[in-house]
Structure formats: structure tokens, C-alpha cells
Design a protein around this ligand. Structure first.
Ligand code: DGI
Ligand code: FE
Ligand code: FE
Length: 185
């Protein structure tokens, strides 16, 4: 699977606006990689494919996770985050992607996770700051990531946790765990 094949796959799988978002996340990730220098091919595929399951219905998404049999904890989270874990499963079964680092970056792109790698963090932040994102605080994350990706990630997590608290949405324990790890640093 190369980048062009991944782009063709999401063109078929996603609505046009979500496809456009995915390309912007990919381009943002490539720019960040001029600073951070992880494996470019893995970052490219993970960022292009990160929302692969985003346009499935909630019952379909739930079915994918139940069928895989190892997502009991994740199924207890808000259904909005399921697309990340389902995306990881689907790119494996639909597209034959077996690289565990790519699959993990897709899995962790919404909630984060205490054991996030630099690759995982780059996909998470690229998704958070792609050029069309426009919410209070995003500019701060764009500035911080040029200096320190953990500071950028902490800021992003603070903003998201604040939003979830104010909206009465339950917060995934994975999100709290990575927040706690970074805030203690
Ligand atoms: O799929 P995208 O829209 O590109 O972005 P995403 O995968 O980061 O999904 C973001 C939404 O998920 C965001 O509006 C917050 C929401 N969300 C719901 N529960 C949680 C959560 N985000 C985190 N980090 N943790 C949660 O528990
Ligand atoms: Fe997403
Ligand atoms: Fe996204």
C-alpha cells in the first residue's frame, strides 16, 4: 500500500468534506515531519487513513469493534471516539495494512493514550491543527508544536477535556491518562 493507493481508498470510503480534511491532515503531518522526522511513509499512511471509519453509522462501527473482540473498554467510551479504533480494524481487513505502528496511530488519534509514540502524537496534532480547524486555542497549539510536541499535545488535551466537561460528555480514561502523564512532566 503506497500513499496514492491510500488516497484512492479514502476517496471511495469518505464523503468529500471528510476526504478533503484527511488530505489536509496528511499535508500538515508532512510539514510537522520536517521538524520531528519519524518514518515518513508510516506517517503518510496513518495520517491519510486516520478517519477511514468516520462515515460509517454508529451500529456499523459498533459491529466492527464487537466482531474484533478486543475492544470492551473502548466500547464503553463515547461513540464519537469509536471511529478511530474501527478505522484501525478496517484498514487491516479492507486494505491489508499490518504495520502495528500505523494501526496504533490510527487507534489513538482521537482519545490519545498513555503509551503514545512520536508517530501517534504527530497524527493526533496534525488532525487537531489542520488549516481548516478554527476554534479558540488552536493557534496556541500551532505555535507550541513548532517548539515542543508534548506541550502542544497537553494544550490540545486541556482544550478537549474542557470542551467535554462543559458538554457533559464522558471522558475516555485514555485521554485522562495521557493528560496526567504530560501534566506531571
Ligand atoms: O474525527 P475528527 O472530527 O477529525 O476528530 P477526532 O477524531 O479528534 O474526534 C474528535 C471529537 O471526539 C472531538 O470533538 C471530541 C470528541 N470526543 C468525545 N469523547 C472524547 C473525545 N475526545 C477525546 N480526546 N476523548 C474523549 O473521551
Ligand atoms: Fe477522527
Ligand atoms: Fe480527523
Amino acid at each position: 500500500m503506497d500513499r496514492q493507493m491510500a488516497i484512492n481508498a479514502i476517496r471511495k470510503k469518505l464523503k468529500e468534506s471528510r476526504f478533503d480534511h484527511s488530505i489536509r491532515v496528511y499535508e500538515t503531518a508532512m510539514k510537522l515531519n520536517e521538524i520531528y522526522r519519524v518514518d515518513e511513509e508510516k506517517l503518510a499512511l496513518a495520517s491519510i487513513l486516520h478517519d477511514y471509519a468516520k462515515n460509517l453509522s454508529i451500529p456499523e462501527t459498533e459491529q466492527i469493534l464487537k466482531r474484533a473482540g478486543c475492544y470492551e473498554k473502548e466500547l464503553s467510551y463515547n461513540s464519537e471516539v469509536w471511529h478511530s479504533y474501527a478505522g484501525s480494524e478496517l484498514v487491516k481487513t479492507d486494505l491489508g495494512i499490518t504495520d502495528s505502528e500505523i494501526l496504533q496511530a490510527i487507534s489513538y488519534h482521537t482519545t490519545g493514550n498513555i503509551s503514545m509514540t512520536l508517530l501517534d502524537k504527530l497524527v493526533f496534532i496534525a488532525d487537531y491543527i489542520e488549516p481548516a480547524r478554527d476554534f479558540p486555542g488552536v493557534e496556541k497549539v500551532r505555535e507550541l508544536v513548532l517548539v515542543d510536541i508534548d506541550k502542544a499535545l497537553l494544550k490540545a488535551l486541556c482544550l478537549t477535556i474542557n470542551f467535554l466537561l462543559q458538554s457533559n460528555i464522558p471522558i475516555a480514561i485514555d485521554t485522562i491518562e495521557i493528560y496526567n502523564k504530560l501534566v506531571k512532566k
